[in-house]
Design a protein around this ligand. Structure first.
Ligand SMILES: Cc1cc2nc3c(=O)[nH]c(=O)nc-3n(C[C@H](O)[C@H](O)[C@H](O)COP(=O)(O)O)c2cc1C
Length: 148
């Protein structure tokens, strides 16, 4: 179980409308590129994030089924589209719609890439409820917020 203090855990970072959060990974999911917006929103510097597993921004509210579906889809050569709640370095969070797909060179799969855009408040609420339900049905980890 991950523990957060109330002040860290509840802070949302709004994703700007006019910018894309971009990253690329190698075939095992290690980050090979992150744009400036990715760094601004996640709170990591380029130096800190390059070479790390992309799960560095995984939020404990995300059900593992979402990522199983992501990997199954991209490994099958298709584009995955989904709503993701990500964890910032400071334990705050940001919600995005993510598009994840392969990067091909001369017809060969060499990397994966992801583009992320903001979602509405209603969509965040809908997915927070859905993901809470999915995790509780599978006895996955639950949030523990420490009120200070
Ligand atoms: C290009 C690409 C982008 C990804 N972006 C994210 C992301 O923004 N947040 C996230 O939690 N996982 C992302 N993932 C999935 C992670 O690789 C990982 O599967 C996920 O965080 C769950 O962690 P786990 O597989 O260690 O359980 C991405 C994967 C790829 C290939």
């Amino acid at each position: 179980m991950m523990e957060f203090t109330q002040s860290e855990f509840l802070v949302e970072t709004e994703v700007p409308e006019d910018e894309l959060i971009i990253s690329r990974t190698d075939l095992s999911g290690r980050i090979t590129y992150a744009n400036e917006t990715f760094c601004d929103i996640s709170g990591y510097s380029q130096e800190e994030i390059i070479g790390k597993a992309h799960s560095i921004v995984r939020h404990p509210d995300m059900p593992s089924a979402a990522f199983e579906d992501l990997w199954d889809t991209i490994k099958a050569g298709k584009q995955w589209k989904g709503i993701v709640k990500n964890l910032r370095k400071d334990k705050g969070f940001y919600w995005v719609e993510a598009l994840v797909s392969g990067v091909y060179k001369n017809g060969e799969l060499v990397e994966y890439k992801s583009l992320r855009t903001p979602i509405t408040y209603e969509t965040k609420l809908k997915y927070q409820r859905l993901y809470d339900k999915m995790r509780s049905e599978k006895n996955e980890r639950i949030r523990k917020v420490i009120y200070t």
